[in-house]
Design a protein around this ligand. Sequence first.
Ligand SMILES: [Ca+2]
Ligand SMILES: [Ca+2]
Length: 424
Amino acid sequence: MKFDFTRSLYVAILLAAGISFEAQAQTTYQASAHFNNGNVFSYITSRNERMVYDSTLGVMRAPSEKYLGIGRNSMHPGNQVDAILRFNSPGAGTAAITGRVYDADKSCGSGSSSGVVVTVRKNSTVLSQNTILNGNVNGFNMNLSTSVATGDKIDFVVNSRGNSACDLTFMDPKIVFTAGTNPSSWTNEPVGFSNLYNCDFSGTVCGLFDVYKTATFTNIGPVTALNVQLPLGANNGGGQFIQNFPAVKQLYIGTIWSTNTEFEGSSRDTNKLLYVSQPPVDNNFLTWHGPKNQPKTLMWQLQATYDNCHISGYEGGCFNQGDPMGRLRPNVGNATVAAGSGWHKIEVYLKASTTKTSRDGIVRWWLDGRLVGDYRNVNLTPGGFTEFQINPVWDGSSAYQCGIRDCSKSWHHYWDKLRISRGF
Ligand SMILES: [Ca+2]
Ligand SMILES: [Ca+2]
């Protein structure tokens, strides 16, 4: 059964609770702010020369060509030699890269050598490549996210296309580094669990039931991910991907997830990610919850035929008073995630309660390896879990209509990996 619920009540409860949203612990590096300061950025050429600071001009320069150099927020290639601004990853995690790049000297340049080619690489892997012709003062926006290991190099390369006249290029990348994600290890999967499902979404959903045949995949840097999208101008979108299994009393879910920066989020605050349920009994899901255009918090949402109003940290209604909807907030760590902040590892452990009233079910969840929610006295899916879904429920209801949402923006959930395993 699906529950019809009063969404406006949510907003009232949220406002009444005075909920605030903390920023996630992240470090921001920007070329201009860290110019010639420390080791995070370095300045080299395609001949592997190390640039040195010229205090007269206030720029980093290399000896091989006169105009070859890198300033606080600009780069100039040589005719034959590329200028390379290098970000040296200070740790393992994810790097979200943004910034506009454009022609900063439109006074000359034409023909086949007009302007520059700007390449962003991680080590030897090309993440993006764009040509900026002379006079293109709008340029392009970088909007990239990639996993990084300690010492990985992200290079911003400006090439002259053969002639560097008037090739001064505005470049001031901002890199938001989030430490801790290790996509290859499911560190919180309980010992002894047996695997039910495992997929890295490299062009297939590995047998998930694709209800609407809408699976599409996209490359984000070196990663191929399932791209669940609410497109530009659309009132509905997404997809529904289901895995059923015989009733399971203990379940572990691990996934690697990210969103695009423009993902403003539902005006009703609830952004549905993953359902784990026994449909006749409940329809619970992981939600990315919070006001549109703000960082949102991962919570466990209950919509059930049983009650959890006894739990400290639960917000929402009581089934026995006619409102089956409520949320478990993170109670041991910060689970707030900004749109476009790179890949995040989400892990969930669920244990069904003995009965609808026994208060012995467990809900725990982790963000990037850190335990953020831990509840041990939950009424949860008595009889066991029988269904998993990836499902944003962008179903054309009013929250997703153009006008309510900004339809000049597309929303994307990217799912890189998914693992489901069971205990007994
Ligand atoms: Ca040129
Ligand atoms: Ca130019």
